[in-house]
Design a protein around this ligand. Structure first.
Ligand code: PLP
Length: 376
């Protein structure tokens, strides 16, 4: 049996999305910047995709810019805030994705901004009282805090953070890569400056994403070149990817409740079965609690002797799951997230992440394999 429980790393592409993309590949080859009919036609595909994304997020189409994915979008939000919006201080957390953490290192090491990291409690929640206090000390601040953590599933209260930021006149960026497609966004109600998305996390193609930039923020081109993406990102657009992203988001939005219910059932079944079958097992952070992202479950296993071989042994039984962060599935490098939350650090940890395609039978199979491995 082959089981894919690594959906926070990437998801399989929906067949309807493949069809949308291949139809365009076969029929439309125009350059969207050309003014003739071939160009105009493909340009309309991009603009229709932008309207679709904007409608689902309740934003204006002029606030959506297509990019190469979550990493580029996060880079753009952080770097453009510093370069174009006068930001000198950034407040973030140590459990952000490397797309944010490494960009912050870059900005700090090049002397362009100072970065302040909030404390994380043992459950993986950021200290919002500290955020409030820090914001009163630092003018011209950008707050960058992810919505749903890709390793332990903690969810940030975006509304609350937005209110704290506005009280102090700070900008607010949230890496929403893991929650787009699973969570309902209303960007006319939520006062936020930047959010980011990546199609391959919601059954779309890889190498395409978007950034929402609140229209209050006027920033300069992030990639210099032609005037594509309303002059923000030069380069001929990834038209197939963009159309695929919009289709995938549309399918996710239409089926959100159904998928949410199904995946929650899988996760709670896995929690129950693991507890029943494997003694002395621990959940990392609060990933087993209802309030976390329903796609992610992070577990530490008692089989200390196996250390890094646990993932390998699972792989040999056809099970794909992940150890470190989403970008380093199978990596034996210690997780920067687990190192700051309550986790059994000496024990092998596995992040299981589910999708709409997973089944209860797969959960039972994975638990039976883990039971066998842990009793060796
Ligand atoms: N942010 C988070 C929270 C992620 O999980 C990922 C992907 O693992 C990214 C950003 C990067 O997205 P992409 O793979 O599209 O560059």
């Amino acid at each position: 049996m082959k089981v894919y429980f690594d959906n926070a790393a990437t998801t399989s592409i929906d067949q309807e999305v493949v069809k949308t993309m291949t139809d365009i590949m076969q029929k439309d080859f125009g350059n969207p910047s050309s003014v003739h009919s071939h160009g105009r036609h493909i340009k309309s595909v991009i603009e229709q995709s932008r309207r679709t994304v904007a409608k689902i997020l309740n934003a204006s189409p002029t606030e959506i810019f297509f990019t190469s994915g979550g990493t580029e979008s996060d880079n753009m939000a952080l770097i453009c805030s510093v370069e174009d919006l006068g930001i000198r201080n950034i407040i973030s957390s140590p459990i952000e994705h490397p797309a944010v953490l490494h960009t912050l290192d870059y900005l700090e090491n090049s002397g362009r901004s100072e970065v302040h990291y909030l404390n994380i409690d043992k459950d993986g929640n950021v200290n919002l009282t500290q955020l409030d206090e820090l914001l009163s000390q630092f003018p011209k601040t950008l707050v960058s805090l992810m919505h749903a953590n890709n390793e332990i599933g903690n969810i940030l209260d975006l509304q609350k953070v937005s209110e704290i930021c506005r009280k102090h006149d700070a900008l607010f960026h949230s890496d929403t890569v893991q929650s787009i497609g699973h969570h309902e966004f209303n960007l006319k109600e939520l006062d936020i400056d930047f959010i980011t998305g990546s199609a391959h996390k919601f059954h779309g193609p890889k190498g395409v994403g978007f950034i929402y930039i609140n229209k209050k923020n006027k920033i300069n081109p992030f990639i210099h070149g032609g005037g594509q993406e309303r002059n923000m990102r030069g380069g001929t657009e990834n038209v197939y990817g963009i159309a695929g992203l919009a289709k995938a988001l549309e399918i996710s939005a239409e089926n959100r409740e159904k998928n949410n219910k199904h995946i929650r059932t899988l996760k709670s079944h896995m929690i129950k079965e693991l507890q029943k079958n494997i003694k002395d097992l621990k959940f990392n952070g609060i990933s087993h609690k209802e309030e976390t992202l329903y796609t992610v479950l992070n577990v530490s296993f008692p089989c200390i002797n196996l250390a890094d071989f646990l993932l390998l042994k699972m792989d040999m039984k056809g099970i794909s799951a992940s150890g470190g962060s989403a970008c380093s599935s199978g990596s034996i490098v210690g997780s920067h997230v687990l190192s700051v939350v309550s986790a059994e650090k000496e024990r092998p940890s596995v992040r299981f992440s589910f999708s709409k395609h997973n089944t209860l039978e797969e959960v039972d199979y994975v638990v039976s394999v883990l039971k066998e491995i842990c009793s060796e």
